[in-house]
Write a protein that binds this ligand. Structure first.
Ligand code: GLN
Length: 198
C-alpha cells in the first residue's frame, strides 16, 4: 500500500491524516526524520511557516526532506507548507534557512487576515469539475520558472503549482470533504512506490 506521511511538528496534521486514510493509502504521523525512509510521499501541512521552519531545523528535517525529494518521492505543501517549499519568500527576514525546493517566488498572507478566510471554487488541472478551496491567511505565488506547471489560479493569482514530484497549494484541501486533491497526490506518490517484493 502507498504510504503517505504528514510532517507532524505543527499545524493541520490530523485533517491530512484523515484524508489520506479515507483515500485508501496508509497515513503516517511523521515526528522524526528516520520515518521518511519508509514513505512514498510526504505532506507539509498548513500552520505557521516561521514556527514550522524553526521546528524543522531543530529536529533536523531540512536535509532529509531534500534527499527525499531528490530520490523522486512525492511532496505536497499546503499553505504554510507551500511557503516552506518556495526558493524565494518575498521580504523574508528569517535567519533560519527554509526547504527551498520549488523554483517559485511566494508572498505570505496575501489574501488578508484570519477573519478574511474564504472559500472559492477553483478549476484545477487534472480535475474535471471545480474544487471547493478553503484559504486561510493564504500565500500566493508571484512568479514561477519555466519548469514549474501552474495547476490553478484564482483572480489572476497563482494558487497551485507542480514541479515534477512536488505539488503545492495556497489553500487547504484537507478541510473539505472533497478527496480529489489528495487523490492526485496519492497518484504522484504511487509512481514513486517500489513494491516490497521487487
Ligand atoms: N499565514 C501563514 C504563514 O505565513 C500560513 C497560513 C496557513 O497555513 N493557513 O505561515
Amino acid at each position: 500500500m502507498v504510504k503517505i506521511g504528514v510532517l507532524a511538528l505543527q499545524g493541520a496534521v490530523s485533517e491530512h491524516l484523515n484524508h489520506i486514510e479515507k483515500s485508501g493509502a496508509e497515513a503516517i504521523n511523521v515526528k522524526n526524520p528516520e520515518q521518511l525512509d519508509d514513505l512514498d510521499g510526504l505532506i507539509l501541512p498548513g500552520g505557521e511557516s516561521t514556527t514550522m521552519r524553526k521546528l524543522m531545523l531543530k529536529y533536523g528535517f531540512l536535509e532529509p526532506i531534500r534527499t527525499f525529494a531528490k530520490k523522486g518521492k512525492a511532496l505536497f505543501g499546503t499553505c504554510a507548507g507551500m511557503i516552506i517549499l518556495a526558493k524565494d519568500i518575498e521580504g523574508d527576514l528569517e535567519e533560519e534557512e527554509s526547504l527551498g525546493l520549488m523554483d517559485v517566488k511566494v508572498r505570505r498572507n496575501s489574501f488578508g487576515r484570519q477573519v478574511d478566510s474564504f472559500e472559492a471554487d477553483l478549476d484545477i488541472t487534472g480535475l474535471d469539475a471545480p474544487f471547493p478551496a478553503i484559504f486561510i491567511r493564504a500565500p500566493h505565488i508571484l512568479s514561477v520558472s519555466d519548469h514549474v506547471d501552474i495547476v490553478s489560479t484564482w483572480e489572476d493569482r497563482i494558487v497551485a503549482v507542480r514541479q515534477g514530484n512536488i505539488l503545492a497549494t495556497s489553500f487547504h484541501p484537507e478541510l473539505t470533504d472533497d478527496y480529489r486533491m489528495i487523490g492526485l497526490f496519492i497518484d504522484m506518490a504511487r509512481k514513486a512506490h517500489v513494491p516490497a517484493d521487487s
